[in-house]
Design a protein around this ligand. Structure first.
Ligand SMILES: C[S@@+](CC[C@H](N)C(=O)[O-])C[C@H]1O[C@@H](n2cnc3c(N)ncnc32)[C@H](O)[C@@H]1O
Length: 279
């Protein structure tokens, strides 16, 4: 951990947070000792978890770039995480230099550290907000200024809904964001699964988050697929049938090389909002 790491006033650094544990997995510098210790405990029960984090981050970047290449130049990145190599605006502004991105995360460290990372153009903004309150996010001045509701947008919700309990109805929440966006918009989403995983690893993984600022919720393939109800999946890689897949495979040039135990902890997909959507 860097001694100079800036932190918001009154942050309880003794409790690990999902954003900072993930930062540790990606070998970032925005975490405290409690986050590093929690991450090391996960590594002892799921040794491939670092590969899982990289596979997810790779999916996030490939999906954002792919959506941009479809002509989309505005993005709402919810559960965006701490600044990392290849932030969304870095990726999509390579394709559309004037692309706009609003980052949303409920960890105050994300807002603090993302601010210093933004360009001066005013095309990128960051909000500290909880995705369980879509009205306040969609009504926020930054979103209203940067995201034109008349033009298709990219909604990025990668590795975030696993921190939302069933009681908060994450499927309804995703639907609320999609309803605010016009047809032709895309959803890119990834989600942790316990399908085909050793229950003892899943249980130990889960328990690391007991004291964290957000708890983990694993979901099955069918539960993850429900996030895409009424949308049209795009093929995850050349020659594939449009569908949900494992995180490493999406956008892979060589599917066999991209397949790995780590990447099989997350399902992911990109899907388009069609002209007529059933819900
Ligand atoms: C595992 S990281 C994923 C970061 C990034 N989306 C990616 O895929 O590389 C999960 C992020 O979701 C954020 N998060 C968790 N629950 C959230 C909530 N209810 N509202 C907003 N952000 C949330 C965490 O703070 C964390 O930064």
């Amino acid at each position: 951990m860097s001694k100079a790491l800036r932190q918001p006033a009154d942050l309880d650094v003794s409790r690990p947070s999902p954003a900072r544990i993930y930062d540790y997995m990606l070998r970032g510098t925005h975490h405290f000792d409690a986050d590093a210790q929690a991450a090391e405990r996960i590594l002892t029960v799921v040794p491939e978890i670092r590969d899982c984090a990289w596979a997810n981050r790779g999916f996030h970047q490939r999906a954002a770039a792919w959506i941009a290449r479809q002509g989309v130049s505005q993005f709402l990145d919810i559960g965006s995480g701490l600044p990392a190599v290849g932030n969304t605006h870095d990726v999509v502004q390579r394709i559309h230099p004037d692309a706009r991105v609003v980052y949303v995360d409920n960890d105050p460290m994300v807002e603090l550290h993302s601010r210093g990372n933004l360009d001066e153009s005013g095309r990128v903004s960051v909000l500290c907000a909880d995705l369980r309150d879509p009205d306040s996010i969609l009504g926020h001045p930054a979103v209203r200024t940067l995201i034109d509701p008349a033009r298709p947008a990219g909604l990025l919700m990668t590795a975030v809904l696993m921190f939302v309990a069933d009681e908060a109805d994450p499927w309804r929440l995703v639907d609320s964001y999609l309803r605010a966006l016009p047809p032709g918009s895309y959803l890119a989403l990834s989600h942790l699964t316990d399908d085909a995983k050793p229950p003892v690893s899943v249980d130990a993984f889960h328990r690391v988050f007991d004291r964290a600022t957000g708890q983990l919720h694993f979901r099955s393939k069918a539960q993850v697929a429900r996030f895409f109800d009424g949308l049209e999946f795009v093929p995850p890689y050349q020659g594939a049938t449009p569908a949900l897949t494992y995180s490493g495979l999406w956008g892979a040039e060589d599917v066999q090389l991209a397949d790995s135990d780590g990447s099989r902890w997350l399902y992911c997909a990109v899907a388009k909002k069609p002209l007529s959507r059933s819900r």
